[in-house]
Design a protein around this ligand. Structure first.
Ligand code: 13P
Length: 254
């Protein structure tokens, strides 16, 4: 059965001390209160990931990740962080192609495809983000946009590599706006993405892939979203910055 994953993307929030305190609170709460089977992934700013990894080391179901990574292996790329460096901190997941990176840092599908390769080559798990803007949805272009993001970012992978990928559907209009996609809207897109994978690869591969939903996920709407057949977890922003609200989202996953 495919893995359920709840990940907290802290974005550019929390200094080191605050970040370690949050990770410590979340890991204690998850240990004491959560009996479900989902994996929990903490994704702090990259500077903190080695501390966060150490803190959760040995805890079943808990992993650390980062929010971006270079497509290069090493060398003269000032300011960049390689997948091997990330791996050496004990982290396991890397977000690739978050809409904020696409929007503010000009990251395009072809560029992201190379980052996916770098992450997989290092033995890490990419969380590949996709999602349409409000304008694209209003023009009814969302299916086309998503198909392009998925096919250009991922469909160069072989079947084995594809099965290592986690996908996060994050409609841009739902990120940080308090406006969640309805469960029906999210389920429709998740099923569409799974259908694209089945068509390109096969049904077995499509059924193995974890597809998270992201965009104003809160404890109040998590259980309903998680009950949908193709929603396998969440990529949480704002509500992941507080241990109580994040743990309550985790607990909504059986
Ligand atoms: P919010 O949960 O704050 O809407 O952010 C979602 C997100 O972008 C997670 O990557």
């Amino acid at each position: 059965m495919r893995k359920k994953i709840i990940a907290g993307n802290w974005k550019m929030n929390k200094n080191l001390e605050e970040g370690l305190a949050l990770a410590s609170e979340v890991s204690n709460m998850v240990k004491d209160e959560y009996q479900g089977s989902a994996w929990v992934v903490l994704i702090p700013p990259a500077l903190h990931v080695s501390g966060v990894s150490k803190l959760i080391n040995g805890m079943p179901k808990m992993y650390a990740g980062v929010q971006n990574c270079s497509n290069h292996k090493s060398g003269a790329y000032t300011g960049e962080i390689s997948a091997d460096m990330i791996k050496s901190t004990g982290a396991s997941f890397v977000i690739i192609g978050h809409s904020e990176r696409r929007q503010y840092f000009g990251e395009h599908n072809d560029w992201l495809a190379r980052k996916i390769d770098a992450v997989l080559e290092a033995g890490l798990t990419p969380i590949y983000c996709c999602g349409e803007t409000l304008e694209e949805r209003e023009k009814n272009a969302h299916f086309t946009v998503l198909e392009k993001q998925i096919s250009e970012g991922l469909f160069h992978l072989n079947e084995i590599q594809m099965q290592q990928v986690v996908i996060a559907y994050e409609p841009v209009w739902a990120i940080g706006t308090g406006k969640t996609a309805s469960t029906a809207q999210a389920q429709e897109i998740h099923a569409f993405i799974r259908g694209l994978i089945a068509k390109k690869y096969n049904t077995a591969v499509a059924q193995e892939i974890t597809i998270q939903y992201g965009g104003s996920v809160k404890a109040e709407n998590a259980a309903e979203l998680f009950a949908a057949p193709d929603i396998d977890g969440a990529l949480v922003g704002g509500a992941a910055l507080q241990s109580r609200s994040f743990t309550d989202i985790v607990k909504a996953m059986p």
